[in-house]
Design a protein around this ligand. Structure first.
Ligand SMILES: NC(=O)c1ccc[n+]([C@@H]2O[C@H](COP(=O)([O-])OP(=O)(O)OC[C@H]3O[C@@H](n4cnc5c(N)ncnc54)[C@H](OP(=O)(O)O)[C@@H]3O)[C@@H](O)[C@H]2O)c1
Length: 350
């Protein structure tokens, strides 16, 4: 079997970590992960600490990588505003691709992860189901700059690009801001500790809206498929679990899982109402012998607020990825409960 050499910028992120863990289970891949900090998990990948915003640092650390065959790009720089995200997120991608394609003459594929924000899922109601061919929303949107760069840079080259667009992402990780599993799990166990029932904290219309999840492991499988299937060259694909959910059908199941009462939704700002629960969490860490992750690092409540205030459908059309041959699917309810169990087994939550 021909060995392939994967480079994963964003190795400590929710997407990069899951991809590295999945690639580690395959025999035919060598793996190198990139991030500024050493990732906090075990794997057979080699890690390089590099600041992708710094071109000189990229050249120092990456120009000796002369055998990379596949780049799976999952780095991300959050900023205060949508406009501010554009420049740094393009710069990081440009630096990796330009330095690596110069050094690695057998580069075959660059896989870029974007997401539902490509269609404006973060802005308000948008056309659903969203198709890959739909027109873009009014910029700025950092994904557009990234994809345009890849398309231009690939012209006349042997390597190809692919772009995967997951819906709401769920995976096992700790300390990553955009992590729905931690938001729900930590909110639930703190509610239980305070003697409260579990209540959906978002908008009533968000409770009933139709939405879609994407399991990070499913996304990892789709990335590898897209990066190695010749018919996926220079194509974009939406990726989602395959089912649709309404929070109203799931939150009572979450309460059952955490063995707590369940009550009707009550809209609160998680950012505001969970800000003072650090002391409750510290006491819980001692009481239940949990891993001592700082409360602020565990959950970004504003991410939960953003998702639970989407009072409109968030549906991506996944026909194209199926038509091209990727047929994996995940049951979303099972996925949530499995990830909550994984948080418990790893002593992140009681
Ligand atoms: N999470 C979601 O719900 C979701 C859903 C759909 C789409 N997406 C998209 O998927 C992409 C990846 O998101 P994610 O949620 O996996 O991100 P994440 O968990 O925040 O991880 C970001 C990664 O980028 C690395 N990074 C950031 N700045 C860097 C720099 N200057 N140099 C080197 N590495 C740097 C971080 O490591 P260090 O901080 O250690 O450097 C980390 O490994 C983004 O485009 C995001 O919009 C995410």
């Amino acid at each position: 079997m021909e060995r392939k050499n994967a480079l994963i910028p964003g190795a400590s992120g929710i997407i990069g970590r899951t991809l590295i863990e999945y690639l580690s289970s395959l025999d035919d891949w060598n793996i190198i992960g990139l991030s500024r900090r050493q990732p906090e998990y075990d794997s057979r990948a080699k890690f390089i600490e590099v600041d992708l915003l710094d071109r000189t640092n990229c050249e120092q650390k990456l120009s000796s990588l002369n055998d990379i065959t596949h780049i799976f790009y999952a780095a991300y720089q959050p900023r205060q505003t949508i406009a501010e995200e554009v420049a740094p997120n393009k710069t990081m991608l440009v630096n990796v691709v330009e330095v690596v394609e110069t050094a690695s003459h057998d580069l075959q594929h660059v896989n870029l992860i974007t997401g539902g924000k490509y269609y404006g899922a973060h802005l308000g109601a948008f056309k659903t189901p969203a198709k890959e061919s739909d027109s873009r929303h009014m910029p700025p949107n950092f994904y557009y700059g990234q994809l345009d760069f890849l398309q231009e840079q690939q012209q006349g080259k042997d390597w190809a690009w692919s772009n995967l667009r997951p819906s709401h992402l769920c995976g096992f990780t700790v300390g990553n801001p955009m992590n729905l599993i931690s938001v729900i799990a930590v909110y639930a166990v703190i509610s239980k500790e305070l003697g409260l029932p579990l209540r959906f904290p978002g908008l009533p219309a968000a409770y009933s809206a139709l939405t879609q999840m994407a399991d990070a492991t499913l996304l990892a499988k789709a990335s590898i498929w897209a990066a190695t299937e010749s018919k996926c060259r220079n194509e974009s694909f939406n990726v989602a679990n395959g089912d649709y959910i309404r929070w109203r059908h799931l939150w009572s199941k979450f309460a059952e899982f955490f063995n707590m009462d369940y009550a009707e939704p009550q809209t609160i700002s998680l950012t505001e109402f969970m800000a003072d629960k650090g002391t409750v969490w510290e006491a819980m860490v001692k009481k239940y012998d949990l891993q001592p992750y700082p409360y602020e690092k565990l959950v970004a409540w504003q991410f939960g607020d953003a998702v639970f205030r989407m009072d409109y459908d968030v549906i991506l059309d996944t026909n194209k990825v199926r038509r091209f041959g990727f047929h994996e699917y995940v049951d979303s309810e099972e996925m949530f409960l499995n990830y909550f169990s994984q948080l418990q087994r790893n002593r992140i939550i009681p």
